[in-house]
Design a protein around this ligand. Sequence first.
Ligand code: NAD
Length: 473
Amino acid sequence: MTDYKNLIDGKMVDNGQWLEVLNPATEQVVGRVPSCGKEELDSAVAAARRAFTQWKKTTAEERQQVVQGISAAIKENADELYRLLTSEQGKPHAQAQQEIYGAAGLAAAQSTLTLDDVINQDDDTRLSRTRRVPVGVVGGIVPWNFPIMMAIQKIVPALVAGCTIVLKPSPFTPLTTLRVAELIKDVVPAGTVNIITGEDTLGPLITEHPDIDKITFTGSTATGKKIMEGASGDLKRITLELGGNDASIVLPDADVQKVAEQLFWSSFSNAGQVCIAAKRIYIHEDIYDDLSKAIADYAKTVVVGDGSQQGTGVGPIQNKKQYERVLDLIQDAKDNGYKFLTGGDKDPSGTGYYVPITILDNPPEDARIVAEEQFGPVMPLMKFASVDEVIERANNSEYGLAGAVWTKDTDKGVEIAEQLETGTVWINEFMQLSPFAPFGGHKQSGFGAEYGIDGLKEFTYPQVITVKRDAAV
Ligand code: NAD
């Protein structure tokens, strides 16, 4: 077991009070991290504030170089990092590798983003120009499903925009983030990136801190609402990436054998703990029987187990609370007599937070497993008859994060996509985010955007400078 320290003002530090982190596959402690409160937060914020006075004056090229250094440090240490990530998060090694390399790639790509000045008016009367000014010190709060990707997608745009940041990982998955902190300690100027760990109670202290200017948060909708409330005291800027209940719609012309495996992974990657996983799959009645059988047959070939073992396709649920929630949803489906194509039958008393791959056969629209975000390896397949009907059912959700349409007729796919009330819709693929396109949710899936120029702008405010050219002075 290793102790991991926090990064504050360019130094790795601890306060002698520790939180234990469990491996969800074994329920054994894999590491300890500092348990911080107001005092440590105050020093991290003060360091970020001091660093901001210099960092905001750097050029875009200087900031780009620093961010590329972060990308390189992650890539060079990818082997160590992905193993550590599996040990705390549970995801299979191959998916942990994807996350680590994905985070390095995201940092490299986003380092190239710049916010150029915009000329609003340039004539004999007046020159009016908009420049983007960094907001200041950012508080970043991230969840446990993609700890490194989420940390990078907060740290990088903050730095690129000219802000400094205090980041709090989830108490369930702080280890890899603190190892990255150690690796980038000498890459970033002291105080620009601070990473501190603590229980959930550290979150509201960040949200309400008087010297933090903006909160960027990824996590549940329930916590997002608390953050909005906490940040309202001094009108902090906020970006919220929250939950989703994404619908996939499969039209009758889709090739059953070709889409079955892709649909499976669109739901079960990372054991279903993905905000943009397909959480409801609507299949046209003409192909429902064949496709649901093909998905269930494929599911039976996928191994559920310890992510560090070769051959594992689906790892454990990341933490006990979520594990119990997913088991409760399965029990509810059983109690209501819904039909299972696979799963739903395991005794949950063994070691490790394992849930069998569970696929439900056409449960009703008001079933909890359809209406709620499951965030686990449980997928409801539902039958539909007409496009109008399925659009209405897909949109009948408090969430609006993403969705997908599967069809050979891509024009038809786009026509349906344009009627879905979500921030992203994929045609014939899933979970593809571009570093250059905005990612954000509609309705209760979020507020604002990350990624791309739109995401970068959220770390700045527009300042308009006007020069009157024909002034009588
Ligand atoms: P969570 O909301 O419980 O926790 C997220 C983070 O918030 C953690 O760091 C936690 O310590 C902190 N936190 C908890 N209470 C807080 C409070 N009152 N104030 C401030 N911070 C607080 O979410 P989770 O269980 O870690 O993650 C799962 C959820 O995240 C799912 O709903 C999922 O859909 C969502 N998610 C969304 C996206 C997205 O981009 N939209 C991505 C990943 C996960």
